[in-house]
Design a protein around this ligand. Sequence first.
Ligand SMILES: C[S@@+](CC[C@H](N)C(=O)[O-])C[C@H]1O[C@@H](n2cnc3c(N)ncnc32)[C@H](O)[C@@H]1O
Length: 399
Amino acid sequence: MTSLKVLDIISSLEEWAQSVPQELRDDDSLRKRLFDVVQKLVSNVETPAETSQRLLYLPCEIMGAKIGGDLDIFSLLAASNKPLSTEHIAKSCGAEPRLLLRLLKYMSSIAMVNEADTSFWSPSNITRNLASRHSAAGINHVHDSVMPAYHALPSWLKRREYKTPTAKNDTPFAQGHGALPETTFFSWLEQHPYNATEFNIFMGVHRTGVKTWLDHDEICHALHNTHEAEVKENEVAFVDVGGGIGQQCKALRAKYPELKGRVILQDLPQVIHEAEVDGTIEAISIDFLEHQPVHSANVYYLRSVLRDWPDAQCRTILGHIRDAMAAHSLIFIDEIVLPDRGAHKFSTQLDLTMLAMLNGEARTESHWRTLLGSLGFKVQDIIVYQKAGSEAVIIATKK
Ligand SMILES: C[S@@+](CC[C@H](N)C(=O)[O-])C[C@H]1O[C@@H](n2cnc3c(N)ncnc32)[C@H](O)[C@@H]1O
């Protein structure tokens, strides 16, 4: 007979599944604890048949999200103050009602939308999470650019005898897309403007809702100390190396409008072309594998850049920066710093994605220290600002 305690816990969880208690909404650390424990519990109680159901049909989830985004179903439902009929949604997105009903039934079975009544639909928590242009860009990027690389990874690893790649070419990405081995993800984007736009939008906001380096006092303190000590009007306060379309430069200017000195965004020409910056930020096209044209800046900042490259290319990129640094310059490496044990799924799945896309890698703390030490950097601090994803800023000077 089932014990009363187990029944009580199940009833509470059933209640919470209907409506999350306010306490959990208000306290993010409690919410995260519940999120982690429920995931662990599911994997501990599932049967072999349930494990198969979960794993074998996993790609259907991203497919469902892609189709829902293509048809604008999520934003339509999220904006509506009453449940919408299948016919109403069909009219709005141009799909055949009979087919749309099948799609919506799948989406509701995984809580991507809510089945309010027979053939009537309302938004769920996931619908709202997926309703923005930014979420759509992430889904489009993974579905259209990343999935072929995931598919190729197992056979690519077998062919390469399960060894860490050392070159930037011959990637699972190139194999999966049927491209020439010398094609890298970044060179491929030049020929695929739609994918480039989705990737750049996704990069700008891929951490929406989570803390960033600018939310952390110790990191900002390091930035400010350098700033007060060294920067005059026309000196360089901050360079975002491989900064994409400029989100972090803009966030920095917004947080510190009084910051003196130039703020510079650097990226490939085709990305700089799409940069969304105003007159307070200078945008410069560079190839960071070739050179670092800005000398003696206060801070050289690299976010999610070095994970894209094997060690050899990281050495080249970092070597150019080191040569451009003055004694007072700091380098801020905003990256995954994996713990030696107990890494979270958010960072290990990113590590495999970097391997599949770019022969890249998420590195452990000891790996970072060895790499930076051998290049003539002195690590001053490693500040973890997002524990689950092991997101940290490594602050270093030139030795
Ligand atoms: C993963 S994205 C990170 C973008 C940004 N730092 C962020 O966190 O949102 C890597 C960036 O490196 C840029 N990149 C790749 N190869 C480059 C190169 N050779 N020179 C300069 N930038 C490059 C890409 O265009 C892209 O914007």
